[in-house]
Design a protein around this ligand. Structure first.
Ligand code: ADP
Ligand code: MG
Length: 730
């Protein structure tokens, strides 16, 4: 597409004029002017690149965050009259005095007058050039907020512009762009204005699409919308511009969502072009023997997802599947079965978990299941002794270890797999995009000579999560994933009863612990989250532990937290699993995955400090056996409205999907997914809550364009994404 390609960004001519006086950074920009044009341009380009503005079209798509109305001037008297309303005003007048004073500190004080009155302008940081610019007799247009100062009405650090008498006012709102220190607005405005003037913006949406699936949206031409957004005439609705409901904003958001949908679909298709080892299901193999040895029957939902995963792995294309299932739904066994299929086919399988406690638990469980069947399992974690680690790495590299379980240690450079055919990532939302990519990059399976198979060979990938993704989010962020859902809990579970308990009733809670222990049950006591200080959190955990030890002299109480050396952590978890400890005092290190079915009472202290997803995960540590489980959410009154809402939700439902839906409602999608999850700023303008309705249109358009308009697809992607596409592949 013409105009959007690699044309370098030009230094806007005359960007250092006086229209943005107050910013001290201008001094530097002014100094740079004297140097060779080339170096000036390259520093400018470097600065803009920091904002991600590399091509002219990037500048054109850098849209204002708000506007300033400089289209009118009010008499100074009127501006003074409105002082204190917190509204900016623009006035014009002549400088009547100009003085640098030194009390209480060095500052420039300028007095400006018009027919109606006089106003003081005060500058605490200023350059000599500014003093000259505002010399006596000069006519200035200044914009700022009038405040009642000690010596009368004044503006502190107003925006200042020397003008000639009778100079026309702008007839457009002045855009204020997102920026970083060092890039003055005036500079951005010039650069963007220049780019807008010389960048052709041909329509990327084919007429058949605009008039077909998008007809109801009545989209305006993008070029027109961008011009309007960069310089709206004052009669446009300021409210619609501000809340981004204006039709021009809708066009921009639509195009952005379309780029995202196209690129997600392309990532999906690209995956189809890669090869992965085929792993047929073999009768009588490890898989069959493992199933026969299982102490329980798979639920219907587990059987279904096992079937979906198994079918993917028989294909010569990499699986890219998300396995969703509420806490306790039995995802681990599904992962183990997939691993068996890979091992049966002669490949290695890897399982990565986000915490050492969880990884270790997987290691024990899967070793116990699979080692008796002759599968060598290796363990890799950050805390391992160097010698053990070297040994494990060697077993992975030689291919002797058929199943490898661990934490992030799995994706370190030193780890090379002989023949990785399946990578499983548990609690995938805890990992960043880059980490998930890294495990998949560990293929080591390219046996076929490159001449025969040009396509890249990658392992199958299974991601698991208990955090259900609501539909609109799944459609946008995970369009590239196939999803399997376990929507049934193993039989014999009695629902967890959740109660809210005021902190003051702590003694009763301790009584409940006694009662549970007397019945042979075990108890988790989760210590309060203290976000500001890990040290304080640790201290609280230790104090809670000591209090409980004193209050429960006949019970054995253990303590586990993140700072404990891994061996001790493992020993405590071990004791709890084996019922040598009845009460486990813990920080949130137990949040994910920990599985001790005999535990049936969960106490969460200061539950009001936790988020919904976290509470749901924590509560999911109980209700894993047949005994009735209870979760006591202790809170300290008074509760904030959102805390009240969260706790009420927890009491009302144990359904992870419902909880996720309400969580999304309370927090909004950005926070819900976490920045790392969200495909790295893929969406700058569209908001998945307010603009969710546009997503379906974008999907329809993406499908049609991919099928019939490959050139339009290229043009659209290049305009919107430039080089940012690779983040979608995780
Ligand atoms: P999650 O989905 O939260 O990872 P787990 O895989 O840890 O759940 O399983 C929770 C518990 O349920 C484990 O103790 C597991 O052994 C048990 N479990 C899994 N599937 C079944 C089943 N079909 N029948 C009975 N118990 C099962
Ligand atoms: Mg799990």
């Amino acid at each position: 597409m013409p105009g959007t390609a690699a044309e370098p960004i030009q230094e806007p001519a005359d960007a250092n004029d006086a229209s943005d006086t107050a910013a001290p950074a201008r001094g530097k920009a002014g100094a740079a002017r004297g140097k060779a044009a080339g170096s000036g341009a390259s520093t400018a380009a470097a600065r803009l690149a920091k904002l991600g503005l590399r091509r002219p079209v990037d500048l054109v798509l850098h849209l204002p965050m708000r506007y300033e109305d400089e289209t009118t001037v009010v008499p100074i008297a009127e501006a003074i009259h409105r002082a204190g309303l917190g509204l900016p005003a623009q006035v014009e007048g002549e400088v009547v005095s100009n003085e640098v004073t030194f009390r209480p500190r060095r500052q420039l004080v300028v007095k400006l007058a018009d027919d109606s009155g006089e106003l003081t302008l005060r500058f605490l940081n200023f350059y000599g050039s500014q003093t000259r610019q505002m010399a006596e007799g000069v006519r200035l247009r200044v914009r700022g907020e009038v405040r009642g100062g000690f010596f009368g009405a004044e503006m502190v650090h107003p925006t200042v512009r020397p003008v000639l008498a009778g100079e026309a006012l702008p007839d457009r709102l002045t855009p204020v762009y997102p920026s970083t220190a060092g890039i003055p607005q005036a500079y951005l405005r010039k650069a963007i204005g220049g780019a807008l003037a010389r960048t052709p913006l041909p329509e990327t949406l084919p007429q058949a699409v605009l008039q077909g699936p998008l007809a109801r949206l009545q989209l305006r031409p993008l070029a027109e919308c961008l011009r309007l957004l960069h310089a709206p005439p004052p009669q446009e609705s300021e409210a619609a511009l501000a809340d981004r409901s204006h039709p021009a904003w809708q066009r921009v958001k639509f195009d952005e969502l379309l780029a995202q949908q196209i690129s997600l679909r392309r990532a999906h298709a690209a995956r189809r072009d890669k090869t992965a080892p085929t792993m047929p299901r073999r009768e009588g193999g490890l898989l069959t023997r493992f199933l026969a040895a299982l102490p329980f029957r798979l639920t219907g939902a587990q059987q279904r997802v096992v079937g979906e995963i198994a079918a993917d792995m028989t294909l010569p294309h990499p699986m890219h599947r998300l396995l969703q299932g509420d806490v306790g739904s039995g995802k681990t066994i599904v992962a183990a079965l997939a691993a068996c299929q890979a091992i049966d086919a002669g490949y290695q399988a890897a399982l990565m978990a986000p915490t050492e406690i969880l990884a270790e638990q997987h290691f024990r469980k899967l070793s116990a299941w699979l080692e008796p069947l002759g599968v060598p399992v290796a363990w890799l974690a950050g805390s391992q002794k160097a010698r053990e680690k070297r040994h494990a790495v060697a077993r992975v590299e030689s291919g002797e270890a058929q199943l490898v379980i661990g934490t992030h240690a799995l994706i370190q450079d030193t780890v090379r797999f002989a023949k990785l055919g399946l990578s499983v990532v548990d609690e995938q939302h805890r990992f960043g995009v880059a980490q998930r990519l890294a495990l998949r990059g560990k293929a080591g399976v390219a046996e076929a000579p490159a001449a025969i198979s040009a396509a890249e060979t990658v392992p199958h990938q299974l991601m698991m999560s208990a955090t259900p993704i609501p539909r609109t989010l799944a459609m946008t962020y995970y369009a590239d994933l196939d999803v399997s859902v376990i929507d049934e809990l193993p039989p014999g579970r009695t629902p967890i009863v959740t109660r809210l308990v005021n902190d003051e009733r702590r003694d009763e809670v301790i009584g409940r612990i006694h009662h549970a222990a007397a019945e042979g049950r075990q108890v988790y006591w989760v210590c309060p989250l203290i976000e500001e200080s890990e040290a304080l959190q640790l201290q609280t955990a230790v104090e809670t532990y000591e209090t409980l030890v004193a209050a429960l002299p006949d019970l054995r109480v253990g303590l586990v937290h993140g700072r404990l050396p891994p061996a001790e952590k493992a020993a405590v978890m071990d004791d709890f699993s084996a019922n040598r400890l009845q009460v486990l005092v813990a920080t949130t290190v137990i949040e994910v995955g920990v599985d001790v079915p005999n535990a049936s009472l969960m106490v969460i202290e200061h539950a009001e400090r936790f988020g919904l997803a976290q509470l749901h995960q924590l509560r999911g540590r109980v209700g894993r056996g047949s005994a009735e489980s209870v979760c006591l959410l202790m809170y300290q009154a008074p509760l904030s409205p959102t805390a009240r809402e969260r706790l009420a939700t927890m009491r009302e439902t144990t359904d992870g999907f419902e909880i996720a839906r309400r969580d999304l409602e309370i927090r909004g999608p950005g926070e819900f997914l976490g920045a790392r999850q969200s495909g790295e700023a893929m969406l700058r303008f569209a908001d998945l809550q307010t603009d969710a309705w546009l997503v379906e249109y974008a999907q329809a358009a993406a499908e049609l364009m991919l099928a019939h308009y490959p050139e339009a697809v290229e043009a659209h992607l290049s305009r919107w994404l430039g080089g940012r596409e690779h983040y979608l592949k995780a």
